[in-house]
Design a binder for this molecule. Structure first.
Ligand code: SIN
Length: 306
């Protein structure tokens, strides 16, 4: 078995349920769910899917036949729809967010292009996110996830005790500023590839303060809740104090040893536990169309680990 270091063995083993089997994607996280059609799931299958998700942190399914309605029903099995702070959703499907980049679009910014966790500026950020790939470039456009439980566990005990009481300010100010900058450069409203944006800017800028070290409400796992896009400060610290610490945490979290990388195929569906991982979309497929549909599940107010 590979080790991150002597104390921290990887543990992304196959999940073997009665109905569901998985194949790990990488040593750190991720697993492919085998021989399942999401649209045909029954309750017993679903309860094992949830367990497999907690085990792997990101699971994916190939060759799915999934309508928008099927995606809504699957999402609702996990809980209520989450707030989509960026778009009004699809016609007749307001909780489904299209994530599309056209072949002739050249944009410096794609949706999800920075290392992030989904919508942490909300008081109740999504617990689970689901992304259905419909049209996929022949190469490029992969998504990478990072396991923030392993990242927390591999910190020294001294660093863990420094971080334990801290609260992180999560705000969308960097995203909104970049979108405004790109819009000015392009002199257009189409700021993020080909998505129609609809934002309640003030509440996204104000954001929320959450525990930097959080506890998963089901598995009890402890993770580092920080990212490169939305984590803009630490409560009670000056910018000069918090910035180097946040930079260190992001550099630590986004090491390859904590990651898995998904190469999409048409009709792949990925599901991730947004409470315990970061992710990032790659903008490396100019000249090709990428069409995805995203839903999220409303999570709880993040629970402090200590
Ligand atoms: C996202 O951040 O939810 C989008 C990821 C992707 O398009 O690969």
């Amino acid at each position: 078995m590979n080790l991150i270091d002597q104390q921290q063995p990887y543990r992304n083993t196959p999940f073997e349920g009665t109905h569901i089997q998985t194949r790990p994607l990488a040593a750190a996280m991720g697993g492919e769910v085998l021989d399942v059609q999401i649209a045909d799931l029954n309750d017993k299958h679903f309860s094992e899917i949830e367990k497999a998700l907690h085990h792997h942190k990101m699971i994916f399914f190939r060759e799915q036949s999934l309508s928008l309605t099927d995606q809504e029903l699957f999402t609702r099995r996990f809980g209520e729809f989450g707030t989509d702070a960026y778009t009004t959703g699809m016609p007749d499907h307001p909780d489904i967010q299209p994530v599309v980049k056209e072949a002739d679009t050249k944009s410096k910014m794609v949706f999800g292009g920075g290392w992030h966790t989904d919508s942490p500026f909300l008081e109740c950020p999504p617990s689970v996110s689901i992304l259905h790939g419909v049209e996929i470039p022949p190469y490029g456009g992969d998504t990478i996830w990072y396991n923030s439980v392993l990242a927390y566990e591999s910190l020294s005990e001294i660093m863990k005790s420094i971080l334990a009481p801290l609260r992180v300010h999560m705000s969308a100010k960097n995203v909104i500023n970049s979108m405004r900058r790109v819009a000015q450069e392009l002199k257009s409203n189409s700021t993020m590839s080909d998505m129609e944006l609809d934002l309640d800017v003030q509440s996204m800028l104000d954001g929320s303060y959450h525990p930097l070290i959080r506890k998963h409400p089901v598995s009890g796992e402890i993770s580092l809740y920080c990212d490169a896009v939305y984590a803009v400060g630490l409560q009670g610290m000056t910018d000069r104090e918090s910035r180097p610490l946040l930079e260190f945490l992001v550099t630590h979290l986004t090491q390859e040893i904590f990651s898995c990388r998904l190469r999409w195929e048409p009709h792949t569906v990925a599901v991730w536990d947004n409470r315990i991982c970061l992710h990032r979309a790659f903008n490396d497929y100019d000249g090709y169309r990428r069409e995805m549909y995203r839903t999220t599940v409303r999570g709880e107010t993040p629970i402090a680990a200590f």
